[in-house]
Design a binder for this molecule. Structure first.
Ligand SMILES: [Fe+2]
Length: 214
């Protein structure tokens, strides 16, 4: 039976490109170790599930679902995250790159500063590991701040515009327990160009799948 095999996507910038907001060491470990582990374990779970199904072992296949959900979410979330960051020196990290989205943020929260305050509070309110996302709702088209535990992915249909990884592996080596400073500094490296493209629907984020026979 053939299944999709996923691969680690390359970062769209060098490992040191987000300094000083995010250190080279964190980026390198986060990408090559943490994200890679989600990809590796996703592929293993997909293969095990597929093989069990091929042998008529539904119970064994179903036992892989939680690993597929966790590691699949990890792959999706990190793939979105890398693309929604950009060096602070890049024009992509300027709010001028997101005129429509910034307008919608202002009409929703009153000002960009107020939105950043509410979003930051949501990030710091996450208990344990998780993510915070700015999402465009599928039905209403409205903006909403969503926090999700562990590696849960944004609900299918809603569009994640940008997310912030609040797992300790995303900041601890640099910020230690200073989570608030990580949240403050992440604003300097948000890729507003990507967020705008996701908001207006002109960008399709892909999670690399290589068709293969197993
Ligand atoms: Fe992460």
């Amino acid at each position: 039976m053939s299944v999709n095999i996923y691969a680690l996507p390359p970062l769209p910038y060098p490992y040191d490109a987000l300094e000083p907001s995010i250190s080279k060491q964190i980026m390198e470990l986060h990408h090559t170790k943490h994200h890679q582990a989600y990809v590796t374990n996703l592929n293993k779970a997909l293969e095990a599930s597929s093989n069990a199904l091929a042998q008529g072992k539904l119970q064994d296949s179903a036992a892989q679902l939680s690993a597929i959900r966790f590691n699949g979410g990890g792959h999706i979330n990190h793939s979105l995250f890398w693309e929604n960051l950009a060096p602070s020196s890049s024009p992509d990290s300027s709010i001028a790159a997101a005129p429509k989205l910034i307008g919608a943020i202002k009409s929703t929260w009153g000002s960009l500063e107020k939105f950043q305050e509410v979003f930051g509070a949501a990030l710091l309110g996450i208990q344990g590991s998780g993510w915070g996302w700015l999402v465009k709702e599928a039905v209403t088209g409205q903006l909403r701040i969503v926090t999700l535990a562990n590696q849960e992915a944004v609900v299918v249909g809603d569009t994640p515009l940008f997310g912030v990884d609040m797992w300790e592996h995303a900041y601890y080596l640099q910020y230690l327990n200073g989570k608030a400073a990580y949240v403050d500094n992440i604003w300097k490296v948000i890729n507003w160009k990507t967020a705008e493209a996701r908001y207006v629907g002109s960008r399709e984020d892909a999670f690399r799948a290589l068709k293969a026979h197993i």
